[in-house]
Design a protein around this ligand. Structure first.
Ligand code: OXD
Ligand code: MN
Length: 574
């Protein structure tokens, strides 16, 4: 940096609004010190050293994993907690049947009691951050206050955090206020509250991922979805990937899948040898902010700057780029360890765990060595496939939107929606088997419209209407598809190889006018392919009946156009 540190305005003086808020939080929480995050590498090194001294971080084998650390969360704090996550709007109807709701005054009162004095003896960290490229008009800023240095380290990777973000806040004025404390990590005193009308988040009692890194799910999805409706855009649980065909043309796809259904792998997909001439580029792996452009197309930015990915299953075959990326400058949470301090997880062909994710001698009788929801946090810039347009201020133009769930049956490998309106119905019909990303039973099928069930900050009825309104503005709307990589045969075996081969399906979408799915060199039998593409009319009639029942829950908030779309689909199937 050209400017000497002493010449810089102290962070606490950059924005009056932020400083006033920090002061009021200081009075409430009573920390012994306040640290304003500059966002420099030196600061990250200092915080890392401090956590190493305190034993909260463990350095991994520097020969094979330079700059990598292991963090172990409390065993009762390993996933998002949807049952403790609330949307606090003045009217319960605005939160909708898709959210847990609490009256904002009651929620503030409850949280005030939890936060009162909770940072005694601790440091209060102020993290100004920007979601999206710092110079992008589509980006939005926030400030997270937390008492966890581990959270700070994650936020420094996952967002554009520090002085430049605070400078932007000082210029723009508005920011999302996120207050977080790990509290006592007591599941009985854990709440993740959102106040969309106030652009505020209050999270207490968890230090884990989406509950604590407030820029991610809390801000970039729940609060942003509300903000997006007010401002005329969409905040979605979607990866963004660029595909370059052998003719050298690049198209971008945004794909919505529920948690732990392979978004990170798809975002970093490497073309199989059987599809020569194709290249792929990652723009984002989890969240897309989509804006109608002046040219009638839909443009997308990735609000995040890093990946908070599920570790188990990551290997050179499933995701070579992620596998290589996480060998340097990566924060691991809840993985196992080998005898020579290398991280270990299920799905690795080499190495042997000696300590499990809780630091106990590994005993297979106690379950997997790495927690199924163990994570890596790594900067997007370390991705060898990072798109040269990922930092473009106006984003990238989207040619197709893809919805997908984890379904053993019903949903075929791929189908295309007839138009935008039908596509909204397809997205609204998304259902998927639950995974370890959230606390609760794994493997039960649940409705997960647009993969946003845990993340939409308002009534789904209003949200679908907003989708319909956005579509009406787009002269060149993306086509909409549905995929299912997870269909199984009668013996429970996956029918589709997935991973790199998924490119065939994406390529088909982009080249659809030109012909059939390219199956050249694909090791999938004709019968399996037929099974993958079947639409069983009886199963579908059942599916539509369930869908009608589900949509009915939204009562008067359900857009009439969506119901009409369902009815015409029913008629086509009859
Ligand atoms: C995530 C999730 O962590 O969706 O991305 O749970
Ligand atoms: Mn996600």
């Amino acid at each position: 940096m050209a400017t000497a540190a002493h010449a810089l305005t102290p962070l606490a003086q950059l924005s009056r609004a932020v400083a006033d808020w920090v002061n009021s939080v200081r009075e409430l929480t009573q920390p012994h010190a306040i640290h304003w995050c500059e966002g420099t590498d030196a600061e990250a090194r200092e915080l890392t050293a401090q956590l190493l001294r305190g034993g909260e971080l463990k350095a991994l084998n520097p020969e094979y994993f330079p700059g990598c650390y292991l963090y172990r969360s409390a065993p009762s704090d390993v996933a998002r907690v949807e049952h403790l996550t609330y949307i606090c709007t003045r009217s319960q109807e605005d939160a909708g049947p898709n959210n847990h709701w609490m009256d904002p005054q009651q929620a503030h009162a409850k949280m005030r009691e939890l936060f009162r004095g909770c940072m005694r003896g601790r440091t209060l960290y102020v993290i100004p951050y920007c979601m999206g490229p710092l110079d992008s008009p589509l980006a939005r800023c926030g400030v997270e206050i937390t008492d966890s240095a581990y959270v700070v380290l994650n936020m420094l990777i996952m967002t554009r955090a520090g002085r430049p973000a605070l400078e932007r806040i000082a210029r723009d004025g508005g920011f999302v206020r996120g207050l977080h404390s790990v509290g006592e990590l007591d599941p009985e005193r854990r709440f993740i509250m959102h106040f969309p009308e106030e652009l505020a988040i209050e999270s207490f009692g968890s230090g884990y991922g989406g509950n604590a890194l407030l820029g991610k799910k809390c801000h970039a999805l729940r609060i942003a979805s509300w903000q997006a409706r007010t401002e005329g855009w969409l905040a979605e649980h979607m990866l963004i990937v660029g595909l370059q065909n052998p003719r050298g043309e690049t198209h971008y796809l945004a794909c919505a899948f529920p948690s732990a259904c392979g978004k990170t792998n798809l975002a970093m997909l490497i073309p199989p040898d059987s599809l020569p001439g194709w290249r792929t580029f990652t723009v984002g792996d989890d969240i897309a902010w989509l804006h109608p452009g002046d040219d009638g197309r839909l443009w997308a930015i990735n609000p995040e700057a890093g990946y908070f990915g599920v570790v188990p299953g990551t290997n050179p075959e499933t995701n070579r780029n992620a596998y290589e990326m996480i060998h340097r400058d990566t924060l691991f949470t809840n993985v196992a360890l080998t005898a020579d301090s290398q991280p270990w997880w299920e799905g690795l062909a080499t190495g042997k765990p000696v300590l499990d994710w809780q630091g106990r001698p590994y005993d297979p009788a106690r379950g997997p060595a790495a927690h199924p929801n163990s994570r890596f946090t790594v900067s997007a810039r370390r991705n060898p496939g990072y798109s040269p347009h990922a930092e473009d201020a106006r984003g990238v133009p989207i040619s197709a939107l893809v919805f997908g769930g984890r379904r053993r049956e019903v949903a075929p490998l791929v189908y295309e929606a007839r138009d935008w309106k039908h596509g909204v119905l397809v997205g609204a019909s998304l259902a998927s088997e639950t995974t370890a990303a959230a606390v609760g039973q794994v493997g039960v099928t649940r409705r997960d419209p647009m993969a946003m069930q845990p993340f939409c900050g308002y009534n789904f009825g209003d949200y679908w209407q907003h989708w319909l309104d956005i579509g009406a503005q787009l002269a060149r709307a993306p086509r909409i598809y549905h995929v299912n990589w997870f269909r199984r045969d009668a013996h429970g075996k996956f029918l589709w190889p997935g991973y790199g081969e998924n490119l065939r399906v994406l390529a088909w979408m982009l080249e659809r006018c030109a012909g059939d799915l390219d199956t050249h060199g694909l090791k999938v039998g004709a019968d399996a392919l037929a099974a993958l593409l079947t639409v069983d009319a009886a199963l579908w009639r059942k599916e539509l009946a369930e869908m009608r029942e589900y949509l009915g829950r939204y009562g008067s908030r359900l857009p009439a156009a969506l119901l009409a779309e369902l009815e015409s689909t029913e008629q086509r199937l009859a």
